[in-house]
Design a protein around this ligand. Structure first.
Ligand code: SF4
Length: 469
């Protein structure tokens, strides 16, 4: 058993940031760093420390342009769509920024029964979703314990609205587990195991997590090591921006990535960028100690894109439509849509729903509207889940995430799942827009790509579902 210690070297981050502040005024140096990003390799911490300190608008603009270039090289214009599914709002922790915290009496709590979970999934399937992120607070019904989560996963996979109309990938965001528990979780065929450190800054961490098992910073910090040890090779990381200085948090996040790469030869599959949003009965959420402005938020998204080019980036409906549009151009590759953040939310009216939500949402638009908007901006909405189903995860995925392969695999799968959505679930307006989009897109492909895409689309037109390469 490895001895655990705090590998987030706080002093080193402080001194890198000091040094970075000085260097960020050197235009030549900043441009050299940006030129390096064209190699599509990770950036060292020293370079990130410079980029996070850049304030000059001209250079900031160059950072945005470089981020967009990388995004287009690696991800093309595909945006993967998912919906969160909150199954329980019970929690034994007391996180000052969250409505589910144990001491909050102002929120209606629920732990969904398997019947209720089925109903929620039916609602999501009717909207057209194929991928969900299961979320639960850290307190499962005592008679079931962690089995409750396993049962929920099996239940979600079991719901079918028709041939091929089912949830095809479940990512899971639950409290850190032991290696044995992670092994058991893996047996239930999860996609990504997602866990955010919230803040890597230890004094802040201790201040905002006032009670419960989550107070144990190191247990959480080493969760990804235990997940990897258990054979889960697909993990998602993140920071809750607003708790501490975002520049500091980014360096710490990449130190965490370095640690995983050193120990396991691979980093996270995704990085999420939630910003604190107001939540009922959560004092810090109304007035975050290190609130991140829109301008800073765009910068941090772009810098993550530059620093870890092969890692997917997730943006939730916490952000409003305008910010989501801007962030898509800076590196975001996955978004949630049509989200409800309380257990049973998809089966409730708008008013009932608002009483029990974990935090307030910035983007309330239904999935169909989001899909239309993405098409309108020239992005391909994708419901693809192929990699995980074909075992292309972990190192295999990193290998695949090279421009050429993406062209002949991810792009065709994005198009076939988009066509499925348009035929089965889209409004007339979105369907028409999407069909034109597909027609125009095909014209831009090379012969090989055209052949692969058209073969898949033909199958979907014939009525087959869930076809991929
Ligand atoms: S952030 Fe998570 S652990 Fe903390 S109170 Fe909310 S649900 Fe519980």
């Amino acid at each position: 058993m490895t001895e655990i210690y705090n590998f987030i070297d706080h002093e080193k981050i402080d001194s890198l940031l000091e040094e970075g502040k000085r260097k960020a005024k050197d235009f030549k140096l900043v441009r050299e760093i940006l030129a390096k990003t064209k190699d599509l390799e990770r950036l060292p911490l020293e370079d990130v420390a410079v980029l996070v300190n850049v304030e000059d608008p001209e250079l900031v603009d160059e950072i945005y342009k470089a981020a967009l270039w990388i995004k287009e090289q690696i991800y093309g214009n595909r945006i993967v769509i998912f919906a969160p599914l909150y199954i329980s709002s019970y929690c034994k922790n007391d996180c000052l920024y969250c409505a589910f915290r144990v001491s909050n009496k102002d929120v209606d709590r629920a732990a969904l029964t398997m019947e209720q979970i089925k109903k929620e999934i039916e609602q999501l399937l009717k909207q057209g979703h194929k991928r969900v992120l299961l979320v639960a607070g850290e307190a499962y019904p005592p008679e079931k314990g962690l089995e409750y989560v396993f049962e929920a996963i099996d239940t979600i996979y079991s719901v079918k609205l028709g041939e091929g109309i089912n949830i095809r990938r479940i990512n899971v965001n639950i409290a850190p587990l032991t290696v044995e528990e992670f092994k058991a979780l893996k047996e239930h065929h999860i996609g990504t195991y997602q866990l955010f450190q919230e803040t890597y800054h230890l004094p802040t961490y201790e201040k905002v997590h006032v009670a419960g098992p989550k107070r144990d910073y190191l247990w959480r910090l080493w969760a990804m090591d235990r997940a990897f040890e258990a054979g889960i090779d697909d993990v998602g990381m993140g920071v809750l921006f607003g708790l501490y200085d975002w520049r500091w948090e980014l360096l710490a996040l990449f130190m965490h990535v370095d640690h995983l790469e050193e120990c396991f030869g691979m980093g996270p599959h995704t990085i999420s960028v939630p910003r604190i949003e107001p939540a009922v009965g959560a004092p810090i959420s109304e007035n975050p100690p290190y609130a991140v402005s829109d301008e800073e938020f765009k910068r941090l998204v772009a810098i993550i894109r530059l620093a870890v080019p092969y890692t997917g980036m997730i943006l939730s409906t916490r952000e409003n439509p305008q910010m989501r549009r801007e962030a898509l151009k800076l590196g975001i590759s996955q978004i949630s849509a049509g989200s409800r953040t309380n257990p049973g939310g998809y089966s409730l009216s708008e008013e009932e729903y608002l009483k029990g939500a974990q935090f307030s949402l910035g983007d309330h638009r239904p999935l169909d509207e989001v899909v239309y908007d993405l098409l309108d901006m020239g992005f391909t909405p994708s419901f693809c889940t192929a990699c995980y189903r074909l075992g292309r995860t972990g190192l295999d995925f990193m290998e695949l995430a090279k421009p050429g392969d993406i062209k002949y695999k991810c792009e065709p799968n994005a198009m076939s799942t988009l066509l499925e959505y348009l035929i089965d679930f889209a409004s007339d307006k979105t369907r028409q827009k999407g069909m034109e989009f597909i027609e125009n897109k095909i014209k831009t492909y090379d012969e090989r790509q055209k052949k692969i895409v058209e073969a898949l689309l033909e199958k979907v037109r014939e009525g087959k579902r869930d076809v991929y390469v």
